[in-house]
Design a protein around this ligand. Structure first.
Ligand code: EPU
Length: 338
């Protein structure tokens, strides 16, 4: 729990942006966190809670204290006929948790294999992939109030999950630190293989009766072929959210762009893949100095090494501007820009 100053954050953000924090400390238990929050020298400092740093773009040094969640531990705390309830520390690496569920043959997060980041950060943006979202298996979480240091439990309903959204990104932004998450996982598996790429990959693997382990393997294969590994190439996954637009607007655009994909969201709206919009504007694979747009997935911005966060932010604005101009659709970053 040592407090360090002038601390490089480069290894702590998957974009690999070279910035510093005025102060940095890691906590390995709820008690350590509570002690840190009571330190007089930290009381007035702006705070940033770091998980895996995989959904962040730093554009400048952080003039406050960065607190890294190091709370570990995964255990099955309760079971009934159909479900196992697993509690995981907020500092656990998300994919390690997924591997634990696969080893114990518990279903529900196999589609979320290989998502970068930590368990504690996952609920904040209700992580999702290949037809599954965290909220589908989320039971409850424990969080510490930054002001009072007291712990509080949030149920699935309390978290007000939406598409890459939760109450912790909105009304309660910056107020709580997630210390553990409890998931309700299925003993009787209900596979979700509706996503086209999963079906195709399982066919290629010649698997007709997939298990959760097979689905996980398929998802890992798809992700590795499409998305850059942050250990090799700085990035933060999807930089933008997929925009939701009125069906009336989609019908008009479809006349001009017959190939424009869309997925129904409600009776009035559809979701359009931002990757498609960005690619249509000519950005896919674009390299500017030492940063750019990934060649296999236009939704991912990349740092080829040594890029400044400010420049990457400018690229994001340029992309937003050109999509707006061509399609009249506003893109919104999914990544937290600091
Ligand atoms: N597409 C293009 N060009 C591109 C990229 C995508 O035309 O460069 C079009 C294609 O038509 C493709 C469609 O977009 O069929 C969907 O692409 P993909 O399956 O790659 O999914 P996505 O909508 O781009 C979302 C999530 C990803 C998640 C995948 C799979 C968001 C913002 N992103 O991407 O999540 O892995 O679905 O479920 O919702 C993340 O959040 O960091 C992330 C990677």
């Amino acid at each position: 729990m040592k407090l360090q100053s002038d601390f490089s954050l480069k290894p702590f953000n998957t974009f690999g942006i070279d910035v510093k924090a005025k102060l940095f400390a890691r906590f390995d238990s709820v008690q350590e966190l509570q002690e840190l929050l009571q330190l007089s020298e930290l009381k007035q400092e702006p705070k940033l809670i770091l998980g895996g740093g995989s959904n962040l773009l730093f554009t400048k040094d952080f003039e406050g204290v960065v607190l890294q969640n190091g709370i570990k531990g995964i255990e099955i705390i309760r079971e009934d006929e159909n479900y196992s309830y697993i509690k995981a520390g907020g500092g656990e690496v998300w994919h390690e948790f997924v591997l634990y569920t696969l080893e114990h043959n518990l279903g529900g997060v196999e589609n979320l294999s290989l998502i970068p980041g930590t368990v504690g950060a996952a609920p904040l943006q209700n992580i999702g992939a290949y037809g599954v979202e965290l909220k589908d298996v989320f039971y409850e979480l424990e969080a510490v109030n930054q002001e009072t240091g007291q712990t509080q439990v949030f149920t699935n309903q309390d978290c007000r999950f939406g598409y890459r959204e939760s109450v912790f990104k909105n009304d309660l932004k910056g107020q709580f630190i997630v210390t553990s998450v409890t998931f309700r996982l299925h003993k009787n598996h209900q596979l979700n293989t509706s996503y086209g790429a999963i079906k195709t990959t399982l066919q290629e693997m010649q698997i007709t009766q997939p298990t959760i382990q097979d689905v996980s393997a398929a998802v890992c294969h798809i992700r590795q072929s499409k998305l850059p590994d942050p250990k090799q190439l700085g990035n933060a996954g999807s930089f933008f959210k997929n925009p939701e637009i009125p069906i009336i607007l989609y019908d008009i655009l479809k006349e001009q762009y017959p190939d424009m994909p869309a997925y129904p969201v409600s009776e009035m709206t559809v979701k359009v893949p931002a990757g498609w919009l960005i690619e249509q504007c000519g950005w896919k694979g674009k390299v500017i100095e030492n940063y750019g747009v990934h060649k296999n997935q236009a939704l991912v911005l990349v740092n080829y090494g040594g890029a400044s966060g400010e420049k990457v932010r400018q690229l994001a604005y340029d992309i937003i501007h050109s999509v707006e101009e061509k399609f009249g659709i506003s893109l919104h970053p999914e990544v937290n820009i600091m």
